[in-house]
Design a protein around this ligand. Structure first.
Ligand SMILES: *Cc1c(COP(=O)(O)O)cnc(C)c1O
Length: 458
């Protein structure tokens, strides 16, 4: 399999080159040249366990890694999960919840970042290389990436989070990790500022080459690939259990990475009739799917901070397909959006993708109802998804909603919704007493770039 940039420049790359490169040198995102068609394998895939299925899917895309090595990487990545099924799916009234929070940091980011950490270690050792990772987090990517690479040889990681805008648990999951290769930066700005600093530093080619920059945000194709697996795993299981012929899947969405993995699964042949992007009040994507215009608003802090995003980096991958793989057209769209903060692609509606918004009142009501009716605690991101999913049910399809984080990461929201202090895990509570390391920094590529170079020269 070869990978090309959405912006059309440069030679196609192999899988491991794509993963090490992160963001394409022309500023675009990598996508595979084709999507393997697997419709005739679904029946046999529906009987595989998570790791075997992961191997089947990933070996279609990671074909420059010897099969035995890929198996080892997959085993190492998923044996650390607390649930034997890795990503179990359970009923919640009239829909299914796909639980993605059984990894080390209790959010779905672990599924891709455990894999990426092991993959980096393998490729860097193979090639005798080093890497300095620069990452932006809206809350959960940071700790998952840190757990994926802490203490690994040849890797330093610099994680920017928006100062004061992640939950206290999320913040301490990052800043209490004291391994010397882990550097936490609290940026005086929003997640969009952090993400734009990542893109600027990658866009500065001399800086990028000199410092061997690596990416763990979902601009990295390996993130999307690892997430494709659970769409098949859960989707096939729900189809088999319910006897339904088609799926609807609702995804709590911020950067559009997770739902893009669902889009890939659908393109490969998983019978998905609808993918619903559920957003909170930061609803640029929900508005796009309703109005056809993608237009920037102000970021508002909400109960679901990991979705407090306006500029969704992976939306570019989707727009590329909307442009029918016409890279010059995509470049023009991206330039229009950058210059004006608004874009109306003006092409026909997508038959699969749609969007919806769940606001703070929906979030609190959904958490309370799930607790009172089913004795299930939903984290606020998952609650946005469930609220939006309920408005998109169909008698002809089974509805799956992605449960993206464990409620104990957001005990304040749970208390606000139920009036009770219900969501706690001793391991997370214990973080409050641990020493922390973090530096406050100005929201500019110069400040962050200077910090990185000073740290790695020490
Ligand atoms: C990251 C995150 C999301 C959003 O996922 P994207 O891939 O950025 O769309 C939703 N919920 C939680 C809990 C997250 O950590």
């Amino acid at each position: 399999m070869r990978y090309i940039s959405t912006r059309g420049q440069g030679e196609p790359l192999k899988f491991t080159e794509t993963i090490l490169t992160g963001l394409a040198r022309d500023g675009g995102l990598f996508i595979p040249e084709t999507f393997p068609q697997v419709g005739d394998r679904l029946e046999s895939w529906s009987r595989l366990n998570y790791r075997d299925l992961a191997f089947e899917i990933m070996s279609l895309y990671a074909d420059d890694i010897p099969p035995a090595e890929l198996k080892t990487i997959i085993d190492r990545s998923y044996r650390v999960f607390r649930d034997p099924e890795t990503t179990p799916v359970r009923p919640l009234g009239d829909l299914w919840l796909l639980e993605l929070f059984h990894g080390p940091t209790y959010a779905f980011k672990d599924i891709a970042l455990q894999f990426l950490g092991n993959l980096f270690e393998y490729v860097l050792a193979r090639d005798g290389r080093q890497m300095n990772i620069i990452a932006a987090t809206s809350g959960d990517t940071g700790s998952a990436a840190i757990q994926g690479v802490r203490g690994r040889k040849g890797i330093e990681i610099f994680v920017m989070h928006p100062h004061g805008r992640v939950s206290p648990v999320q913040e301490r999951q990052m800043t209490t990790v004291l391994d010397p290769n882990v550097h936490n930066l609290a940026v005086k700005g929003t997640f969009d500022d952090c993400q734009s600093i990542v893109k600027s530093l990658f866009g500065d080619l001399p800086f990028r080459d000199r410092n061997h920059l690596g990416a763990v945000n979902s601009i990295n194709w390996a993130r999307v690939l690892a997430q494709v697996v659970y769409y098949f795993y859960a989707g096939l299981k729900v189809l088999r259990t319910t006897g339904a012929k088609r799926l609807r899947i609702t995804v709590p969405t911020g950067n559009f990475g997770d739902i893009f993995a669902g889009y890939v699964a659908a393109k490969m042949g998983l019978p998905v009739e609808r993918l619903v992007a559920a957003t909170n009040e930061n609803d640029i994507l929900a508005r796009y799917f309703q109005s056809g215009t993608y237009s920037l608003g102000q970021v508002a802090p909400t109960l679901s901070p990991s979705m407090d995003i306006q500029v969704a980096s992976n939306f570019e991958r989707y727009l590329y397909f909307l442009a029918q793989k016409n890279a010059p057209k995509l470049v023009q769209w991206m330039e229009t959006f950058k210059a004006t903060g608004s874009l109306t692609p003006g092409v026909a509606d997508d038959p699969i993708l749609t969007g919806g918004r769940g606001d703070t009142a929906d979030t609190l009501r959904t958490i309370r109802e799930a607790w009172e009716t089913h004795q299930v605690l939903l984290d606020p991101h998952t609650a946005v998804g469930v609220a939006v999913a309920r408005r998109n049910l169909s008698p002809d399809a089974a509805m799956v909603t992605l449960a993206t984080a464990h409620p104990a990461k957001f005990p304040d929201a749970i208390r606000q919704a139920t009036g009770e202090d219900l969501a706690h895990i001793p391991e997370l509570d214990a973080l409050a007493a641990k020493p922390v390391r973090c530096d406050l920094i100005e929201p500019s590529p110069q400040a962050v770039g200077g910090y990185l170079e000073a740290a790695i020269s020490r």
